[in-house]
Design a protein. Structure first.
Length: 431
């Protein structure tokens, strides 16, 4: 088959992206906190300790010693109303990093593609909002990243932190530059599913990352396609014979496939340590486990649930549970996976007990609208959904997903168990 090779900067279409699906719990109204400068002799300076703290001082020193105007920081500007750093493309973030483009925006801040003058490579810098709770969360993320870096010797699973510093009251975390997220890729492909052999490779790496984190007693809590990035932006375009052209003149439709299946997980800003108290709500809605919604307390298994939802999405092209409401979400789970166990419903906390009547989910009686009931009825059973999209390995994949998406967290597969499942074990790497 003839293949065209393409490469492009991964995020040059960022402006047209739909709003990123937000994580939970962070977007409470906040009094705007005016940015303060990290001042060193009247200039901005990284004032945090970093892996290369001397590097930060060297940055600043070069500002004075070399006196190169083009290497200086831009004039002081106020942050925007949400505490985001305000910048212009082409200017310096610090004397070491030149801003090329904005590649992403999340709850915590903006991610900028920057040229690192010292290492002579592009890096991705997360410039965190100058608001106390985000600054504190960024410090947690830095600690987690340092731990992961220490144990993930060859840096194959999690994004690698290169450096960090505090710039004009914004914590800046410097990462290796990665490619587009799985979500970006699906979207650019008009939400066409990935082939099952690619899903296998992506799933294997995702679960290896989860197993690695869980071995370190860390729980990611926000696994989603937006937080899984291809290492390389390169892709090939191949004809997609499954899609019928809209008119005879339109010719064959094409779909993209990544040239390499290598991925890494990002965004450790919500990572929890095992010994913490786990009662608060975690995860982005579509990937949230039933025990989280029911307020039963959560642990490692919430990552496994998210991984199950992600694998289904990669096979089908679309998020499995597209909802914004708890009862509808639980009803969707029952529709796809069968009834929720009574022992879980009985233990629902005071927020979730209203979703339960006589030991069962209060559905469809508790539905807020007919559309909601229709949205639930539209969903197929897991087996059918997988068989609609997967041409081979469907039986193994269904069995794996049933293990990852078990309602009761105590009987859900662990990441290590999942990696030993025949879906992974009995197949050689093809991508
Ligand atoms: N190392 C990287 N290389 C390339 N792009 C990146 C990198 N890190 C982050 N991005 C891009 O920036 C976006 C936001 O990053 P990230 O998820 O870390 O921010 P966040 O504020 O914590 O987001 P969230 O709202 O999910 O918490 C990502 O979805 C991705 O598109």
């Amino acid at each position: 088959m003839e293949m065209d090779y393409f490469t492009e900067f991964p995020h040059n279409y960022m402006d047209r992206r739909p709003r990123k699906r937000p994580r939970v719990g962070w977007e409470m109204p906040q009094a705007h906190q005016k940015a303060q400068s990290g001042i060193f002799g009247g200039q901005d300076v990284g004032n945090g300790t970093s892996f290369q703290s001397s590097r930060v001082l060297t940055d600043n020193a070069s500002l004075y010693v070399k006196g190169l105007a083009q290497k200086g920081s831009p004039p002081w500007r106020d942050d925007d109303k949400d505490g985001h750093y305000v910048f212009a493309l082409g200017e310096n973030l610090t004397s070491r990093y030149k801003i090329h483009r904005k590649i992403g925006e999340g709850t915590f801040g903006q991610v900028l593609e920057c040229w690192d003058r010292d290492t002579r490579e592009m890096v991705a810098i997360k410039v965190v909002r100058s608001i106390k709770k985000y600054r504190e969360a960024a410090m947690v993320e830095i600690n987690v990243l340092q731990l992961l870096r220490k144990y993930d010797g060859n840096g194959s699973r999690c994004v690698q932190i290169r450096n960090w510093f505090d710039h004009r009251n914004h914590i800046c975390i410097v990462f290796e530059m990665l490619g587009p997220s799985l979500y970006d890729f699906l979207r650019k492909n008009n939400y066409r599913p990935f082939p099952v052999d690619l899903v296998r490779e992506l799933g294997r790496q995702l679960l290896e990352c989860v197993a690695f984190m869980h071995d370190l007693r860390l729980i990611h809590t926000d696994l989603k396609p937006e937080n899984i990035l291809f290492v390389s932006p390169e892709y090939v375009k191949i004809p997609d014979y499954k899609v019928t052209p809209r008119s005879p003149t339109e010719g064959v439709c094409y779909k993209r496939l990544p040239k390499s299946s290598a991925i890494k997980v990002i965004d450790f800003g919500s990572t929890a340590y095992e010994e913490q108290d786990h009662n608060y709500i975690v995860s982005t809605r579509h990937y949230r486990a039933p025990e989280v919604i029911l307020g039963l307390g959560w642990s490692y298994q919430c990552d496994i649930w998210s991984a199950g939802c992600i694998l289904v999405e990669l096979c089908s092209g679309e998020a499995l549970f597209q909802t914004h409401e708890n009862l509808e979400h639980l009803a969707m789970m029952e529709r796809v996976l069968g009834p929720l166990p009574q022992h879980m419903l009985k233990r629902a906390d005071r927020h979730a007990e209203k979703y339960v009547r006589r030991g069962r989910l209060d559905w469809p009686d508790g539905a807020t609208s007919r559309e909601s009931i229709r949205a639930v009825l539209k969903l197929p059973r897991l087996q059918n959904l997988v068989m609609q999209h997967v041409d081979h390995s469907a039986g193994e994949l269904i069995d794996l997903l049933q293990g990852l998406l078990r309602f009761d967290p105590s009987s859900r597969l662990t990441a290590h168990e999942a990696l030993r499942h025949p879906f992974f074990r009995d197949h050689y790497r093809r991508y």
